[in-house]
Structures are given as structure tokens and as C-alpha cells.
Design a protein around this ligand. Structure first.
Ligand code: GLC
Ligand code: CA
Length: 545
């Protein structure tokens, strides 16, 4: 079946922080190997491995210096081959995180390009002369300052939408595209089943590289991402690789709207299977309440179905932990973690679980800036100061948003270093591993972990929960997000109280739905005509036959 990805559940492994098998403080392939049975037991189908190619590690693997080799910290190519084979033996597929918008500045292509204007590889990257002593245009990088850095030897600037150690590849050069097709094919031949395509909405730069209308605020989200060129390159990639080998694809496309997303995922366009969009997790100033989610998922469903497909997630390695960010990690940690799990696994679209969310891992709070590792973090701090925050407020903002919140080691046990490593971890462990860890939760039938397992099993049992239609239920409610998933065999009603207060709801449908699963003690009855949900309560009902 070519659309198997619709039934799949993906689990993202940030290898560096997952499990360290050799005691050097860095997670590795052997560490993932050691946990394959854990992942199988959880019930996931696809393992997304964060970038593992040789890297200068300025951005933890998102700056590749050789696409045909692996990071020695993670292990050898032979170990990776075993990991792929062992995953396949257990019926799990491997998704590779492919970073092709840019390379590392240590990649031989860049070294060659930089060596002189006349070098045949010069136009593997994007160069432009300065304009009146300034950068060629006003684009800002996502990480810090201008997106251009001058190369002193040649006097020209190169473009880098991320750090200056991540120069952007020139996709308008067919030689570059051919190299990238070759790389992707080479990995498919090594058993890779799926690709997560990093920053893929940025590959096609607008012709002439014009100034952005608003230089500093989220410039790429205006008319600089999702260009016609980007779609052209993806169609070509699909023809050369994705479609040819039926690999599953998900594009990281920040700033896409439901309308612009259709161009990536409608099947007849032959580009990608699905994309990640971020309106529900990025700061927008709007509260993420029931009304928000109701409108958000309705809009996406309407835009993408039936010709496209969605990807659903609340956490990844770039975001704060969602139980802290969207839920309540103080009074209702387990409840809110389970509520988002319920939403994740009953919405329309392929669910993506980020390591640690299955035990309700929270944000961390280190005591000093030196304990943080992420290079993007410094920008958050400086931006907060620039907004007029004092240093205390800026620090709060930084702690809340740092990408390192998601990157602290996976909490396996209550013991030393959360059981992640025998050595010194590359980044500190969250002290709350003493109470939040896999070992305890695996034993506790009511744990967040066991709740994820039940939800995953449900989604596998009832195809309506994966492929069925999505429809809002009832009137708009200030606290409760309610919807129905339905196919020709079955219908499921999902009720989610996205608040720390009890919520009362009228259904007027006594006796038609039977209770299936929830995150509080099971109510003894069928869905009543009126009901009260506890803070962060989630319930799933099934329509009676
Ligand atoms: C994506 C990755 C992020 C990385 C950036 C540059 O947004 O998820 O971690 O820093 O691309 O590659
Ligand atoms: Ca290691």
C-alpha cells in the first residue's frame, strides 16, 4: 500500500539525548539499538532519527560536512546498518532527517566554493557582492543577525538562513540538485524508508533575492518561503527519488498556511506526503485554548482533505516541552500530558511523538546560561532584552523557550543521570527524573506511558481513528474541544477539556455513545445528556451499533 504512512505512528529520536551505550555522555546508535524493544512495546512504527551524517556540530547535526559518512560520536556505518536491520526485523521503519537547504561550512563543496570565484563549485552556494558596503539584502538569519557573511578572500558574501556555519546550497544549480538526489538515493539503498526534510520550504530562493518587506520580523514567512521554485525542485525530487522508491516524506515548512500547504501535499502534485506546520506551537499571542484548537484543526482538515494529508505533533527538538508550554506541568502534569496524547492520537493526520513526551517530560530549568547548549538560545535572550525586558524577565523568557528544554536526556530511571549515561552527559539531566522516568511508569498502569500505549493500540484497532473523517462536535465551547472521527464502520467522539477548570457540557445525546478511554477514573455510564469534565480531562467514546 503506497499510503501506509496514514496508519503509521512516528517517534522522533534525538539520538544525542536518547541513550548513551558507551559512556562518553553522548547518545548513540548502540543506545537506540538497546531501546528498540522499548519502542516496539510502545507501539510505534517509524523511528525518525535526528541527523546522523558527519557534522561540524555547530547545530547538533543540522550542519552536515559529509552526507556519505556518519557522526563518529554516534557510531559506525556498520552499527547504523545493524540498527536499520534490527528495526526492520521488529516491523519498524527508519526515517532519516535530511538537511539539504544548507551544509556545514566544513563541507568540501563549501571549502571548494570558497577557494575562489572561478572555482567550478563556486555556484554550489549563493554568493553576492556587497551593496554600498552593506549586506546584499536585508534578510535576517533565523539564529542571529544578517543572513549574509562576507568571505574576506573574495570580498563577496554568502547566504546563510541559519548560522554562518550553515551556508545555503544553491538549488537553482542543477548539479547541486543531482548531487542531492544521489545522496537521498544512496540512503534509500541503505534501507532508509522515510525522510524528514529539514527547512525544505526555503530551498527555492526568490529570483533576484529581493529585500524583505519587513526586515526583522519573521521575514521568511512573507513571500520568501514556499516559492514556485521550491515546488519545482520538490516535484523533480519526487520523480527522481521519493516516488521512484515509495519513501514516506514529511517536510519541515514553518510559516505555511493551510492554503500554501496544499501545494506540497495534494497527491496529484507529487511532492511530499505531509508537512509540519507550527501555528499551534509557536508564539502567536493568542491563547491556545479550546476555541483555538477547534478553529485550527478544522481549517487544516478542510484545506488538506481529501487530496492531501496532515502531520500532527506538539513537541520536537526545537520546541519547549508541550506539557509545560501548552499544558500544566505543575498541578496537572500527568492529566495534561494525557490530554495532549489523546488529541495527538485521535486527530486526522500522522501522529509524531517526540522522545520523552510518552512519560510527560517537562521543561528544564538550569541555573546559569552556561548550562544551556543551543546556539539559537542566545538569540532568544538578546531578543527579549531588545523588547525592553530587564535581565530577569529576559532570563525567564529564555528558560521558557530554549530549545534545550527538549534536549535534556531521556529519563529512563530515577538513578544517576536518569540512566541515560554512565559518564558525564553532554547536557544536564532534568532533576525531576527522580519522579518522572520510564522505569516507574512502565510499572504503573495509570502512568502517562501506559496511557500512550493504550491510545496507540486504539488507533491501530480502529481505522476510523486514523483515516476517518474529522468533524467538530457541538457548539463552540470555551473550554472543551470536541470532535468526531468517523468511517463507514465506526464513529468516535473525543472530548477534551483544555483548561485547569471543570467544564460542563450539554450533549443532548444520552445513551448513544459508550465510554472507551479517558485520563480520569472511567465514568460508569454512557455519554449522558449533560456532563462535567474535570480539569484537563480527556475522554473517547464510541458510537453504539
Ligand atoms: C530545522 C531544525 C533545527 C535546525 C534548523 C537548521 O529547523 O529542526 O533544529 O536548527 O532546521 O537546520
Ligand atoms: Ca555515546
Amino acid at each position: 500500500m503506497t499510503d501506509w504512512y496514514k496508519d503509521a505512528i512516528v517517534y522522533q529520536i534525538y539520538t544525542r539525548s536518547f541513550f548513551d551505550a558507551n559512556g562518553d555522555g553522548i547518545g548513540d546508535f548502540a543506545g537506540v539499538m538497546a531501546k528498540l524493544d522499548y519502542l516496539k512495546d510502545l507501539g510505534v512504527d517509524v523511528l525518525w532519527l535526528s541527523p546522523f551524517c558527519l557534522s561540524a556540530n555547530d547545530d547538533n547535526g543540522y550542519d552536515i560536512s559529509d552526507y556519505y559518512r556518519v557522526m563518529p560520536e554516534y557510531g559506525t556505518m556498520a552499527e547504523l546498518a545493524v540498527l536499520i536491520a534490527e528495526s526492520h526485523c521488529r516491523g519498524m521503519k527508519i526515517m532519516m532527517d535530511l538537511v539539504m537547504n544548507h551544509t556545514s561550512d566544513e563541507h568540501p563543496w563549501f571549502l571548494a566554493a570558497k577557494s575562489g570565484k572561478a572555482h567550478p563549485m563556486r555556484d554550489y552556494y549563493i554568493w553576492a557582492p556587497k551593496k554600498g558596503g552593506q549586506a546584499p539584502n536585508n534578510w535576517e538569519s533565523f539564529f542571529e543577525g544578517s543572513a549574509w557573511t562576507e568571505d574576506e578572500a573574495t570580498g563577496e558574501c554568502f547566504l546563510h538562513l541559519f548560522s554562518k556555519r550553515q551556508p545555503d546550497l544553491n538549488w537553482s544549480n542543477p548539479k547541486v540538485r543531482r548531487e542531492l538526489h544521489r545522496i537521498a538515493t544512496w540512503w534509500v539503498e541503505r534501507g532508509i524508508d522515510a525522510f524528514r526534510l529539514d527547512a525544505i520550504h526555503l530551498i527555492g530562493k526568490p529570483a533576484g533575492l529581493p529585500d524583505a518587506p519587513e526586515p526583522t520580523v519573521n521575514w521568511p514567512f512573507h513571500n520568501f518561503c514556499n516559492t514556485p521554485e521550491t515546488h519545482e525542485y520538490l516535484q523533480e525530487f519526487n520523480q527522481e527519488v521519493f516516488g521512484k522508491y515509495s519513501v514516506m516524506t514529511v517536510g519541515e515548512t514553518g510559516g505555511t498556511t493551510p492554503e500554501s500547504a496544499r501545494l506540497y501535499v495534494e497527491t496529484d502534485r507529487k511532492e511530499l506526503d505531509m508537512i509540519f506546520h507550527f501555528g499551534h506551537v509557536h508564539e502567536t499571542g493568542r491563547p491556545k485554548d479550546a476555541g483555538f484548537f477547534r478553529k485550527y484543526y478544522q481549517e487544516w482538515y478542510e484545506a488538506l482533505s481529501p487530496k492531501g494529508w496532515d502531520a500532527v505533533f506538539f513537541s520536537n527538538h526545537d520546541l519547549p516541552r508541550h506539557v509545560s508550554h501548552l499544558g500544566d506541568d505543575k498541578s496537572f502534569r500527568a492529566e495534561s500530558a494525557k490530554l495532549f496524547a489523546t488529541m495527538l492520537l485521535t486527530l486526522w493526520g500522522t501522529p509524531y511523538i517526540y522522545q520523552g513526551e510518552e512519560i510527560g517530560m517537562t521543561n528544564v530549568r538550569f541555573s546559569s546560561l552556561d548550562d544551556y547548549r543551543d546556539l539559537a538560545g542566545k538569540k532568544i535572550y538578546r531578543a527579549a532584552l531588545a523588547k525592553g525586558y530587564d535581565s530577569k524577565q529576559a532570563w525567564e523568557e529564555f528558560c521558557r523557550l530554549s530549545r534545550d528544554n527538549a534536549r535534556t536526556p531521556m529519563q529512563w530511571t530515577a538513578g544517576k543521570n536518569a540512566g541515560f549515561t554512565q559518564g558525564t552527559p553532554w547536557i544536564g539531566v532534568n532533576p525531576n527524573h527522580v519522579t518522572i522516568n520510564v522505569e516507574e511508569q512502565a510499572k504503573d498502569p495509570d502512568s502517562v506511558f501506559n496511557y500512550y500505549k493504550k491510545l496507540i493500540a486504539l488507533r491501530k484497532t480502529y481505522s476510523a481513528l486514523a483515516r476517518g473523517s474529522f468533524r467538530l462536535y457541538g457548539e463552540e465551547h470555551p473550554q472543551i474541544f470536541a470532535y468526531i472521527r468517523e468511517d463507514e464502520h465506526d464513529a468516535f467522539l473525543v472530548l477534551l477539556n483544555i483548561s485547569g477548570q471543570p467544564g460542563v457540557m450539554q450533549t443532548g445525546e444520552a445513551g448513544r455513545w459508550s465510554f472507551l478511554l479517558g485520563n480520569y477514573v472511567a465514568p460508569a455510564h454512557d455519554l449522558p445528556a449533560a456532563l462535567q469534565l474535570n480539569p484537563w480531562e480527556a475522554r473517547i467514546y464510541r458510537r453504539k451499533k
